[in-house]
Design a binder for this molecule. Sequence first.
Ligand SMILES: *Cc1c(COP(=O)(O)O)cnc(C)c1O
Length: 469
Amino acid sequence: MFYISTRDSNKKKYKYTETLLEWLAPDWGLFIPYEYPQISKKELESLKNSPYTDIAFSIKQKFVWWDIPDDILKNLVKNAYRKDKFPDSINWNITPVRKIDENLYIQNLSLWPTAAFKDMAMQFLWQEMNYELTKKWEKLTILWATSWDTWSAAEAAMKGLDSIKLFMLSPEIGMSSFQKAQMWSLSWWNIINISIKWRFDDCQDMVKDLKNSKEFSKLWAVNSINWWRISSQVAYYFSGYLQVVDKIGEEVDFCIPSGNFGNVLSWYIAKKMWLPIRKLIIATNENNVLDRLFKTWVYSLSPASITSSPSMDISKASNYERLVFELLDKNADKLSDYMNTFSEKGTVNLSDYWISVENLKTMWFLSGSSSHFDRLNTIKWVYEKSKTYIDPHTADGIKVARDLRDENIKTICMETALAVKFEDTIKEAIWHIPERETRFKNLENLNMSDSFYLQSVDREELKEFIKNN
Ligand SMILES: *Cc1c(COP(=O)(O)O)cnc(C)c1O
């Protein structure tokens, strides 16, 4: 088991731990396993009814390949998914599946601590990272500006880890009171929240600026293309599958609300490992780059508009590079050409690379998109059908799944956030909002303004502050 970079024609080998601390390979490619590990029917049978930690360990172990010793890896998994971190889980099932219609299921990936599915993988990632850094006696300083979902997930996961110090930039403009409160509640000695005078784009520009200067070049960033994050997500599909099938070997479909193609890629890997899955339904919102791509295999950039499922508002899907690499027979030169064409022209057609579009159509992917109106209708439909609340991203998935699914086969839709985070949209759909989970009650009333180390800084003040800390 070893890793290669999508842009390296010499196929230099990397070990699992080497893929962690650098989020891109030195040639700016993405890390990907040279070959996918396999799971046998027997192994799958032995995991039926196992807790998520056992499933996560068994799958992750195949990717780590003894680069982290088994007993240590087991502990990292246990720490990441400790029982006390899941106050709302029933019997500590932390990725529970519920049925909403005949052969239609929702798998909840958002049970904690910030109600976004990215937490699940992030939590594991930081455990692994802390282990690796501590082993090497290294410390990492991270500077970050990101959407609040990813960011609160990261902060919750990094709280109190000795080896990591996080400077998190947030814009003063454009955050809801829930978002601000959630962030304040996450401040800790190694997490320094800095509020910037301007908008989110300005925060990102500041990060880029600083990283480009020599003085700050060692600062690290977190993002959704990190291989450890992708590999940590593979276990969701095993867990979902094992919860719905009557017999191992039965085929199911999955539907995923997609943005940066991270979760879809993890699904693809689970399928490559021989988890018996039939089709993957990819759901987008109005920003339908991926839907168009999987219908025509033409990948074309279009500016993202702001929607009521904001975590899927993307103009390109970074992790898709890993899939194309495989479709191009792991040929790094072809892949570089493909990606360069995309960057230069803003559009690229896979069938120009001697891949038959007919062949591609027989592949495993189906896709569709959804609108604000569809989301409202779907939230209402699920509420009326099962008296449960779903968030707008999950609604995108269920809408597209209902359009495209085969009703004779079980379809599992991924629930990527909880309704509580999007109360305005829920209210628009069903005229009331659900009662909040205990952990979110009164969040906005907490007085945590002390937890902002710095408020309202500009560029020069920021540089000075980071240097001094
Ligand atoms: C990030 C995110 C997505 C999209 O996931 P990708 O892995 O980027 O495709 C969907 N829903 C929610 C709520 C998210 O936060």
